[in-house]
Structures are given as structure tokens and as C-alpha cells.
Design a protein around this ligand. Structure first.
Ligand code: AMP
Length: 211
């Protein structure tokens, strides 16, 4: 289990020490929004999809174990995903002296993963959950334009099904435990980013121009 620390943040460091989960269907813009926040506030961006794709591309044992799941749009077994997250957070913790903040992109996707993540980080460690909501037509439009190797029809269909079957109930379950910010992600990248920032940062930080 990772070292237990109280979630601590203030408007002076923007979002750098916040622990934020970003959840949404494929094509919601999770990676894009996390990148914007990470570039702007220095918050570490941990994307399970990206880490898994990297492992596949470099042909590591993990990559060989997950290749089929990622290519076909199936969920990678919890044990492997959670190890990736654990290792990444641990390596951040060794590199930093202050509280470790991060944007966790693409995990949890199921109630079991959410429970395991809480156990991994000790209760109270996640301070914000962002749920990007997006309509199916926009998902299809964006994924067609993106053309990633797992964006073929069959895989997209499976990922959307998985999202509906497992992730939406997980978000509902999670909202009973902590606030979940629902953000309408059908809008432009800049509008969505502005909405996220205004909901995450206290009003005084926004008006003082520190963001
Ligand atoms: P993403 O980049 O978040 O769309 O994820 C791409 C693919 O990586 C997914 O379709 C899954 O195969 C795998 N993946 C990413 N995150 C998870 C997760 N939390 N649980 C299981 N599989 C995952």
C-alpha cells in the first residue's frame, strides 16, 4: 500500500498536488484535457491507456500480456492495470518531496478497480472525480478523426459497451462516496478545459489571475 498522506492542496499551487480522477467514454477527451491541465499546472498525468500502449509498442512482458486486450478493446485484467498505476505513483513519490498530486486518466473503469484503487492509496486520497460526459454521435465523430490503432469499429463498439456496462455504474457508486463533477464534454476542447478549471479551482484563485 502506498504511504498514507492527507490530500492537501491550496490555491497557491493550483492543481499540482491534487489527486484527480478523470473518467469518460472513449473519445470524451480525457487525454486531451489531462494534457492541458498537466501542461498548465504541472500536475502529473498518468494514463493507463498510454502506459499500456507504450508497453505493447516496446514489447515488454506486460505489453505482450495486454496486447490482445488493448487491440480488441477489452478491459485489461485488474491485477495488471493496478500494478501499472501502483508502480507509476510509487515512482512519482520517490522523485518528489511534497505531496504527490496526479491526474489519473482512464482508471478506475469498474467498481472493483475503484475499490482496489482506494485500498492502494488509503481512504481519502482521491480528492476530485471528473466525469466527462459525451454523446455517442460525438464519440464516433472524434474517434473516426483520431484513427488510433484500436479505433476500428469492433473495438470502439466494445469499449462503449464496456463503458455503459461497468463504468457508468462505477461512477454512480462513486458519487455516493465523494463529489463527482459531471462535465459536458460535447463542447470544444477550450470550453471543456475552461469549465473544468473553473470547477476545480476556488473562485479567488481565478479572479486573482493565478490560473
Ligand atoms: P484508453 O486510452 O483509456 O482509451 O485505453 C485504451 C485501452 O487500454 C482500453 O480499451 C483497455 O484495453 C486498456 N485500459 C486502459 N485503462 C484500463 C483500465 N483501467 N482497465 C482495464 N483496461 C484498461
Amino acid at each position: 500500500m502506498l504511504e498514507s498522506r492527507q490530500a492537501s492542496w491550496s490555491c497557491t499551487d493550483g492543481l499540482a498536488s491534487r489527486r484527480i480522477l478523470v473518467i469518460g467514454p472513449p473519445g470524451a477527451g480525457k487525454g486531451t484535457q489531462c494534457k492541458i491541465l498537466s501542461d498548465r499546472y504541472g500536475t502529473e498525468h498518468i494514463s493507463t491507456g498510454e502506459l499500456l500502449r507504450e508497453a505493447v509498442d516496446t514489447g515488454t512482458p506486460l505489453g505482450r500480456a495486454v496486447r490482445h486486450y488493448v487491440a480488441e478493446g477489452f478491459l485489461v485484467p485488474d491485477r495488471l492495470v493496478l500494478r501499472v498505476v501502483h508502480d507509476r505513483i510509487r515512482s512519482l513519490a520517490t522523485r518528489r518531496t511534497g505531496p504527490v498530486g496526479f491526474l489519473l486518466d482512464g482508471v478506475p473503469r469498474t467498481i472493483r478497480q475503484a475499490e482496489a484503487l482506494d485500498a492502494l492509496m488509503a481512504a481519502g486520497q482521491i480528492d476530485t472525480v471528473i466525469h466527462l460526459t459525451v454523446s455517442d454521435s460525438v464519440v464516433v465523430e472524434r474517434l473516426t478523426a483520431r484513427g488510433r490503432s484500436d479505433d476500428d469499429r469492433g473495438s470502439v463498439h466494445r469499449r462503449l459497451e464496456t463503458y455503459r456496462r461497468f463504468t457508468i455504474p462505477m461512477v454512480a457508486w462513486m458519487s455516493g462516496l465523494r463529489p463527482v463533477l459531471a462535465i459536458d464534454a460535447d463542447r470544444s476542447v477550450t470550453d471543456v478545459a475552461a469549465d473544468i478549471v473553473s470547477q476545480l479551482l476556488p473562485r479567488d484563485a481565478l479572479t486573482q489571475g493565478s490560473v
